[in-house]
Design a protein around this ligand. Structure first.
Ligand code: HEM
Length: 481
């Protein structure tokens, strides 16, 4: 948001009403790049190593272990990398690819160049807006099942849940149903979810080094964990191959799923029309990409939203007022979303403060220049939503939770400043899906519950592949009065 946009009266009114409540800020560092290396090497929180200056500068660079890094920290520099010079910067860092390849193979998320372009073209139809109403029914059904489960917990006098865990189970169920529909049995679904968590657990140990591409740390990474990660990936592959095989032998459920859409693209005639071959192993890889990209990210947003709603009771009151007025006692539907702007603003503001993918990296293919600074080929470009979303030049009260920033009548932030889903050509394919899912799940659950963070629990952040509450989020369930 440019300084000139900050005059909006509604926004200013809300800013004035705020006291000094700040959601989790990390302790900022004031040190030199040597200390940065120390912090990275000790695997502390990757978001805590940025000095105050990083929240004010439009770009900066540094060197670690002879590797040059350039941080794009303004809308124009982000636009250059993600859009204008996409072909030079479409490649993820080699370390990121290495970390994910055992699970995703050559899937969309880690591919680049011509292969990425073809895969994107093959997968995009599965995310067209007209399919969302159908997928929304899975979202509301699954959230409603959680309502029933929470009510039964309250009846048995057990009030405390780990909200991060609850949200992870909810979004895993939704994405499993969306990808596989009824073609996946409960047992297969648990095997996939368990395989993913095991993979995540093992990969988490190396992802910190990998995110920055530190060769020394990679070399130090534990090979046994790598082997374990490979085994968990094999487990996931076996189950998904079996489901695809069953589907291909015509035992279809008849319901539209992401898998059915990918396999239809795989149909000989359609393949010829689209000129984008997607063989069976590619279909499997893309199904895995969608599961991985779409499950933990949404779970984290929902968990952070619960934390913020507890910390900002005035916001919670406005949210409840909207839900009661628009929905009454009815379950939300896809059609209701347009009438739930405040709920959507809560989701969008949560994504600003806690972007689930807080660090994005790219590998420069050839020389370039950004902000008069020479970028040599092989430089690693870092685009850090965490910094951009709390940048002091572009946001008023950057550390405060103000959903009104995203209401109609307030100018929306620049598309290359507010980037929870990335931006430009590689923007998240599941963006609309994820926003719809977050709104419908939050609406269904907040209609009935108002959970509070457990007394004496100090909420902190943890950044591995995604940004989540450290050690989970213990909350006490409470029915709304
Ligand atoms: C709140 C939830 C989500 C967030 C914050 C999120 C964020 C992102 C981000 C930042 C990227 C770009 C990564 C990069 O360029 O390095 C991405 C890519 C992607 N996301 Fe999401 N995502 C979410 C949910 C989903 C869902 C639900 C799906 C699918 C069901 C999905 C599918 C994808 C795919 C396929 C890509 C790769 C796109 C490409 O490389 O062309 N995401 N997502």
């Amino acid at each position: 948001m440019s300084p000139s946009q900050k005059n909006d009266s509604e926004l200013s009114k809300n800013l004035l009403n705020l006291d000094s409540l700040d959601p989790v800020k990390v302790g900022r560092d004031t040190s030199t790049s040597n200390d940065l290396l120390r912090l990275l090497a000790s695997r502390q929180n990757i978001l805590a190593c940025w000095p105050n200056l990083a929240y004010r500068e439009p770009s900066f660079d540094f060197k670690l272990l002879r590797q040059h890094y350039f941080v794009c920290n303004s809308p124009d520099s982000v636009r250059r990398v993600f859009l204008e010079e996409h072909d030079n910067y479409d490649r993820k860092s080699p370390q990121m690819r290495n970390a994910l390849e055992p699970l995703l193979g050559d899937g969309l998320f880690v591919s680049d160049g011509e292969l990425w372009r073809q895969r994107r073209e093959s997968c995009a139809p599965a995310f067209e807006n007209d399919l969302l109403p159908d997928f929304s029914t899975y979202m509301v059904e699954s959230a409603q099942e959680l309502v029933t489960h929470w009510k039964s917990l309250l009846l048995s006098d057990s009030q405390q849940v780990d909200m991060l865990n609850e949200m992870a189970r909810l979004t895993a169920r939704i994405i499993a149903r969306t990808i596989f529909g009824d073609d996946i049995s409960d047992d297969e679904a648990s095997q996939v979810v368990d395989g993913f968590s095991e993979y995540q657990k093992n990969i988490d140990q190396i992802s910190f080094a990998d995110a920055f591409g530190l060769p020394l740390l990679r070399w130090l990474s534990n090979p046994i964990r790598r082997l374990r990660a490979k085994r968990s990936a094999d487990k996931v592959h076996t189950v998904i191959d079996r489901i695809i095989d069953r589907y291909s032998q015509s035992k279809k459920s008849g319901r539209i799923t992401l898998l059915s859409l990918l396999l239809e693209n795989n149909d000989q005639k359609k393949r010829a029309e689209r000129k984008c071959p997607l063989n069976l192993s590619s279909t499997r890889n893309e199904a895995i990409v969608m599961f991985m990209a779409g499950h933990e990210t949404t779970a984290n947003v929902l968990a952070w939203a619960w934390y913020l709603l507890d910390k900002y009771p005035d916001v919670a009151t406005k949210l409840h007022e909207e839900l009661d007025r628009v929905l009454g006692d009815n379950l939300p539907t896809y059609e209701n979303i347009a009438s739930l702007p405040y709920t959507q603003a809560v989701v969008e503001e949560t994504l600003r403060l806690y972007p689930p993918v807080p660090v994005l990296s790219r590998h420069a293919r050839s020389n370039d220049q950004i902000h008069n600074q020479e970028i040599k080929s092989n430089t690693i470009i870092l685009i850090i939503p965490w910094l951009l979303h709390r940048h002091e030049l572009y946001w008023e009260k950057p550390d405060s939770f103000i959903p009104e920033r995203f209401l109609n009548g307030t100018q929306r932030p620049d598309n290359f400043l507010y980037i929870p889903f990335s931006a430009g050509r590689r923007i998240c394919l599941g963006k609309r899906f994820a926003i719809t899912e977050s709104i419908l799940c939050l609406a269904t659950l907040a209609q009935r519950f108002r959970p509070n963070v457990a007394l004496n629990h100090k909420v902190d952040i943890e950044c591995r592949l995604t940004l989540r509450p450290k050690g989970g989020l213990p909350m006490n369930l409470k029915l709304r009065e």
